[in-house]
Design a protein around this ligand. Structure first.
Ligand code: XMP
Length: 326
């Protein structure tokens, strides 16, 4: 019988058998897969697990808090938070090219994670071999399509926590390997993972760094975070979260247009809304969001977000457009 409870019981037994009394490390991203995988391993081996969350400063409003507070409170995991915001901003300074941004973010992420893993080993006072396992939230479709995952991997360089150096060799613990996304969600809910995480829409590893067309700066990130929060808020209020696969909100930082606000002329940036409907992100169509919802988002963003004087809607399917702009 497939029930979330049975999956949990089976996986807990399998994880215990696999790791014995070794230490285990898990990189959390704030997404559903790594969160549910971590919660399962926590249930199986408790304090043997240390989770590492790299805050690269490219997350949306509230996402770091969701991991640091809600997730920890509901699962009891040991969490190490690495505040790497400055480091990522410095590494990204002056860079506008999308692929270069992706490579920099991926590279810095691995360096920071690697150091954190070494610190966990040291803090445990352990011999290197004792921290032996790395948890990954690999799902069944990733296994089947191994080496790909997103299908668009050759079009854009995707990043996740793969590719660690040899001297930091881990065996993988992949408790979600037999599951589809909806099953992972059911297991997560059963384990008490917060709903905001279980139902989170897909969000790319490089985060807001690839939703600013142009150079990534602190001010631009703050602007985009505010606009994104408003869009998410209004879509949620309209009850559209489950109809929309995801809705990237993009700041065209290198584009300016003339507007009129309050007493005078403005020369600000456009925000792009990119709501899409999809089954698996390989293909997508733009979601026909009701006009009144779009109007509410547009009015609030232009009223509330400094430097933004225009909101535009992306009406391109995939292909030919990708879901993200970079
Ligand atoms: P595209 O833009 O290629 O995106 O149509 C397809 C799906 O993949 C997500 N995406 C990523 N996910 N790391 C990820 O984990 C990445 O580097 C990355 N780039 C894109 C995107 O949000 C969409 O769901």
């Amino acid at each position: 019988d497939w029930t979330p409870g049975n999956v949990i019981a089976d996986q807990v037994a399998a994880i215990r058998e696999q790791v014995g009394d070794a230490r285990v490390i898990c990189g959390l991203s704030g997404g559903v897969d790594s969160s549910v995988a971590a919660a399962l391993v926590q249930k199986a081996v408790g304090d043997q697990l240390t989770c590492v969350f790299v805050d690269h400063g490219l997350l949306r409003s509230g996402e770091a808090e969701q991991v640091e507070q809600e997730f920890v409170a509901s699962t009891g995991v040991n969490l190490v938070v690495v505040d790497a915001q400055e480091r990522f901003l410095e590494a990204l300074a002056g860079v506008s090219d999308p692929e270069t941004k992706r490579k920099i973010i991926g590279r810095e992420f691995i360096r920071v994670f690697e150091q954190a893993a070494r610190d966990v080993v040291a803090a445990a006072g352990a011999h290197d071999e004792e921290v032996k396992f790395l948890v990954q939230g690999t799902l069944y479709p990733d296994v089947v399509e191994s080496g790909g995952g997103e299908g668009a991997a050759n079009i854009k360089s995707h990043h996740n926590v793969g590719g660690l150096p040899d001297d930091l060799a881990f065996d993988l613990v992949e408790p979600l390997r037999t599951l589809f996304k909806d099953e992972v969600r059911a297991v997560g809910l059963e384990l008490g993972v917060p709903e905001g995480i279980v139902w989170r829409q897909p969000f790319p590893g490089p985060g807001l760094g690839i939703r600013i067309v142009g150079e990534v700066t602190k001010d631009r990130l703050d602007t985009l975070r505010e606009a994104d929060l408003i869009a998410r808020d209004e879509l949620t209020k309209a009850g559209l979260d489950r109809d929309i696969w995801q809705c990237p909100v993009v700041l065209l930082a290198d584009v300016r247009s003339v507007g009129v606000q309050g007493d005078g002329r403005t020369y600000g940036h456009p925000i792009v809304l990119r709501p899409v409907s999809s089954e698996d992100a390989m293909t997508a169509d733009w979601t026909r969001v009701p006009y009144d919802v779009l109007a509410a988002i547009s009015t609030r963003i232009t009223n509330e977000v400094k430097d933004v004087n225009r909101v535009v809607l992306d009406v391109t399917s995939k292909p030919p457009g990708t879901i993200e702009w970079e």
